[in-house]
Ligand binder design. Structure first.
Ligand code: NAP
Length: 456
């Protein structure tokens, strides 16, 4: 081709950066990468999703900074694909396009009362305490005694821990100031965590549940009957992760109620069937007890027993998984909530056999909201391998405007205020300095317009 292969990556979270890393390592053909993000700030869920008391996890950013330092890498922050540039524009400017857009929405429960005041997605609570601009205006009523978190994945662990933790321990982190202030005044004393299946099927990692067990501010309370292993769960118990969880919870159940000021009550084999309200606000959650049965696919599933219970609750956070949002001009599988693909090659439509030449997907947008940050690395390598194969066999439509300045000119013409990586490093320095002044790891900007005025 006589020039580097030009690749656009949409999204600057872990999957985008791991795709960039794999692409930039490639020498035949050499690649230049332009990464786009709708926010002026990079790093996706590492910045806006990882809990503030998990600063160590955020240190993975050092890896992404090394990738961004490559002379063949450029960052275009504050550019919304589908509005500021269309996917059609990108197909003209680049030889290959990679969607690394994650899953920006959440799954719903589909039960009555879900839209009452005081019922929220865990995603919005996480975005709020992480100073994500989309959620800065959210408010959560923490003047209530009892909160219910639906789901027992690691996101549920994060939100339950933030609710039950002593706020003074969150102060030195990069938690949003407004969230810290609200948590300081919180009257929440009980956090229920609801697992629809049993302890051997809990999605949380052993480290995450043990962290809740180690809180000084709260007791983790488990009913010994619910922590017991049933017949259907014996196979799941063989998995080392599940075994660790079950053994820990059974031990924990022996400790009883404890004497700490707050309680995290972990329940198993219960499903919410209705959120009950009063004056338009959440007041309780009606749950149904489940029994476990082995499905034909060998997976343990829950079945309602018809036995009901009501838990008092002034706040409900549903934490039952994330879901993708369609990008205009890109196929989307409504059923699975991600971009239909074959090992990372975007398909013409869900269920189609043919791929769209030159379009690829990585991360949660490719495989759904599963796995830890590092899972995205192997996944990105798989996609990039196919991209290299397609590039060398000519299975792509070469850019019609491959000049690297063409994109800058187009965005300028449209009046888009792009944020470069150097700009981001300036914002980063400001946030770190503001944090230092207040004894925090960082004081984040939570508003795009303030970020842009800080840069000008
Ligand atoms: P997740 O791990 O898939 O957990 C979702 C939970 O919701 C499961 O307990 C699931 O139960 C439950 N659920 C789904 N539909 C439900 C329904 N209709 N009613 C009741 N419960 C329902 O998802 P996540 O917690 O959002 O986490 C997403 C990914 O990010 C995971 O891979 C997670 O490990 C990762 N993550 C990691 C960390 C960390 O390492 N610190 C932190 C946050 C997130 P079933 O199992 O029965 O379906």
């Amino acid at each position: 081709m006589g020039r580097p292969l030009r690749v656009a990556i949409i999204g600057s979270g872990p999957s985008g950066f791991y795709a960039a890393e794999a692409l930039l390592k490639q020498s035949v053909p050499p690649v230049s990468v332009d990464m786009f993000d709708r926010l002026p700030t990079p790093f996706g869920l590492v910045r806006g999703g990882v809990a503030p008391d998990h600063q160590k996890i955020k240190s993975v950013i050092a890896v992404y900074e090394k990738i961004a330092a490559s002379p063949a890498f450029r960052f275009f922050g504050n550019v919304l694909v589908g509005k500021d540039v269309s996917t059609e524009d990108l197909r003209g400017l680049y030889d290959q396009v990679v969607y690394a857009v994650g899953n920006e929405s959440d799954r719903r429960l589909g039960i009555p009362g879900e839209d009452l005041k005081g019922s929220h997605s865990a995603t919005s609570f996480v975005g709020w305490y992480n100073a994500h601009p989309d959620f800065r205006k959210e408010s959560f009523d923490l003047s209530v005694e009892s909160a219910v978190v639906v789901g027992v994945g690691n996101v549920a662990m994060d939100v339950a821990r933030v609710l039950a933790e002593d706020p003074e321990r969150l102060k030195p982190t990069d938690i949003a100031e407004a969230a810290l202030e609200a948590l300081r005044h919180s009257r929440v004393r009980t956090v229920y965590l609801l697992g629809r299946r049993g302890p051997a099927q809990a999605a949380f990692s052993p480290a995450e549940i043990q962290e809740i067990g180690a809180l000084e501010s709260a007791d983790l309370v488990v009913d010994p009957r619910e922590a017991a292993l049933d017949e259907a769960s014996k196979k799941d118990y063989q998995d080392p992760k599940n075994k660790k969880n079950v053994d820990f919870l059974q031990e924990r159940a022996k400790a009883g109620e404890g004497a700490k000021p707050r309680k995290v009550r972990l329940r198993f084999c219960v499903s919410p069937i209705e959120i009950l309200g009063e004056g338009g606000r959440v007041r309780a959650v009606k749950i149904e007890r489940n029994r476990l049965a082995l499905g034909e696919d060998g997976r343990v599933r829950s079945e309602g027993t018809g036995i009901h219970e009501t838990l008092p609750a002034g706040l409900v956070l549903r934490s039952v998984g994330y879901r993708g949002i369609p990008i205009p001009g890109v196929p989307f599988d409504e059923k699975s909530g991600h971009i239909p693909n074959a090992s990372g090659r975007v398909l013409q439509a869900a269920g189609a056999a043919a791929a769209r030449p030159g379009e690829y997907v990585v991360g949660w947008a490719k495989r759904g909201p599963t796995g830890l940050i590092g899972t995205n690395r192997a996944d990105a390598i798989e996609t990039v391998k196919l991209m290299a194969e397609d590039a060398s066999s000519g299975r792509f439509c070469p850019a019609s405007s491959p000049d690297p300045e063409a994109v800058t000119a187009l965005l300028q013409k449209r009046g888009v205020r792009c944020v470069s990586y150097a700009d981001w490093k300036r914002l980063d320095a400001i946030e770190l300095a503001r944090g230092k002044e207040r004894g925090k790891a960082r004081l984040k900007f939570d508003d795009v317009s303030r970020m842009l005025s800080a840069l000008s």
